[in-house]
Design a protein around this ligand. Sequence first.
Ligand code: 5GP
Length: 124
Amino acid sequence: MAYDYDDTNIFARILRGEIPNDTVAETEHTLAFRDIRPQAPVHVLVIPKGAYVTYDHFAAEASEAEIIDFTRTVARLCNELGVAPGEGGAGCRLIANSGPHSHQEVPHMHMHILAGKPLGPMLA
Ligand code: 5GP
């Protein structure tokens, strides 16, 4: 399977420093910043620094170091934001829209962290 990465997408531009962002965490392989149109009191986007279009692309082609860094950055952030259920927080929703039917708007793999209020059931 070939994945075509469009390096003009908005998150690629954020990673190149061409567009400002409200960074909440940065590691060697991962960047996290607040969503510009928050859908909940806490709405953070976590992205790999590598050029991956979708979650399956990331899972297939990222190195183990990138995948571990990404996964643990998501968990550490949830903890730091006070929403990790295992650390006494009230919980969070993690969403990675992937591909056209998911309504993925930005073609750079990302995980939404949504939290800060009861979110209700997922809608179709
Ligand atoms: P998707 O629908 O692709 O899963 O989510 C993309 C998210 O990126 C949306 O929630 C949208 O608000 C956010 N977004 C789009 N452009 C920007 C931007 O320039 N800066 C930030 N911080 N978020 C953005």
